[in-house]
Design a protein around this ligand. Structure first.
Ligand SMILES: *Cc1c(COP(=O)(O)O)cnc(C)c1O
Length: 385
């Protein structure tokens, strides 16, 4: 073992690969269930897009969470993993006909509708099957999140959702349709949010919108506030489990649910990020004039977050205890953005050393590509090794 890693076992596997700590994932899920369970009517879904590895999905499904999907493929993955159809929600600005039909055929819990043209298509497709689709409107609450610009979703300028000023119009339109039933309102303001003030701002907005609906004598059954809770990328060992208490308590305190309403969450990153690590092998140490490069066999095809969002991931050398030296850790791909970290300290690295790129369980394996005709990384869970 080195830290939390079973080094002898990892040494035998072909790198690069993802390693998932099943015990940490289970502890995280217990914390979610414990904290959400303190509040009446709270239902937690897992956002499949963060990580759809079947072994990871199985553990999450066993903990009783629902599934939040953003494509037909994710609906298929959820069903295959055993999530009950009545716990599957489906959002997305561009749902294709086959994807809507898939949702209808499986009687999913709810379509989170993002535009009027989409509502019309869902109504038509449901009519063709003689069904009534349950819909929630994804409203754009124009609430900014203090996170990276590429991962805010709740501002008026973002493509997501329906302008909240049109809420009344769309609901009235839907009430006249035969094959849709309005069951809720949906929101999602962004990702990697650590400032509870951002979630409070969303709660305030939801309260305003509910008051407005009440003036028109409309009450929905469900409020869905999406996901977005961030994790501590700097300190994966010290803070392996996000502060779910603070998160759920904020909603319990600030969001005024009406009698009988349920409050739904769609957490992705906060569930899976810390349990996943990208394990890569050092190929070469290239000693440059200005700096030293640690060239590894993983690239942005395996983990794109640093290249795409300038994201920080803590990196550790699992094979060395020698005094630290400073490196740029880079991959083999023919792009200058294929860099995992610049000017970081690692225990002195040698060819063959295993490095752990931490907090990579969310938006890691699932975003892998085959650019440069590379192989996709494997994903192993601790208990299968
Ligand atoms: C991405 C997404 C989520 C999950 O976001 P996290 O930041 O990973 O918690 C939840 N809901 C919707 C609609 C999403 O698009």
């Amino acid at each position: 073992m080195k830290g939390i890693f079973p080094l002898e076992k990892l040494e035998r596997l072909q790198t690069p690969f993802y390693y998932y700590d099943a015990e940490l994932l289970r502890q995280t899920l217990r914390a979610i269930n414990q904290e959400a369970g303190k509040h009446e009517g709270f239902c937690v879904h897992y956002a499949i897009k963060a990580n759809a590895n079947p072994k990871v999905l199985k553990i999450i499904r066993e903990a009783g969470l629902g599934a939040d999907c953003v494509s037909g493929g994710e609906i298929e993955a959820s069903i295959k993993a055993g999530f009950p159809n009545n716990k599957i929600v489906y959002a997305g600005v561009g749902k294709s006909d086959w994807e809507i039909n898939l949702g209808l055929d499986n009687d999913i819990f709810c379509f989170n509708v993002e535009s009027i043209p989409e509502l019309e298509v869902i109504n038509e497709l449901a009519a063709a099957k003689g069904k009534v689709a349950r819909v929630a409107f994804r409203l754009n609450p124009n609430v900014g999140a203090h996170t990276h610009a590429n991962i805010t979703t709740g501002l008026a300028e973002n493509k997501f959702g329906i302008d909240m000023r049109d809420m009344q119009t769309v609901i009235e339109k839907a009430l006249q349709m035969q094959n849709v039933k309005v069951v809720g309102l949906h929101f999602h303001i962004g990702s990697q949010i650590l400032d509870m003030g951002d979630f409070e701002a969303l709660c305030n907005r939801v309260n305003e919108l509910q008051n407005e609906l009440e003036r028109h004598r409309i009450r929905v059954e469900h409020i869905n506030v999406g996901g977005g809770l961030g994790i501590d990328y700097q300190h994966p060992n010290r803070v392996p489990i996000p502060d779910f208490k603070d998160f759920f308590d904020t909603y319990a305190k600030k969001l005024k649910l009406r009698d009988g309403q349920t409050l739904h969450f769609e957490l992705g990153r906060a569930v899976v990020a810390q349990c996943g690590t990208l394990i890569t092998r050092t190929l070469y140490i290239k000693e440059g004039r200005a700096k030293n490069f640690c060239i590894v066999d993983a690239g942005f095809t395996d983990l794109i977050r640093p290249a795409l969002y300038q994201a920080y991931h803590k990196i550790e050398n699992l094979s060395s205890d020698e005094a630290a030296e400073t490196y740029d850790v880079v991959g083999p791909i023919c792009e200058s953005t294929d860099v995992f970290a610049k000017q970081i300290d690692l225990n002195k690295a040698h060819r063959g050393d295993l490095l752990a790129i931490r907090s990579a369980g969310a938006y890691g394996e699932i975003m892998a590509s085959q650019y440069n005709c590379r192989r996709l990384p494997a994903g192993y869970i601790s208990e299968e090794l």
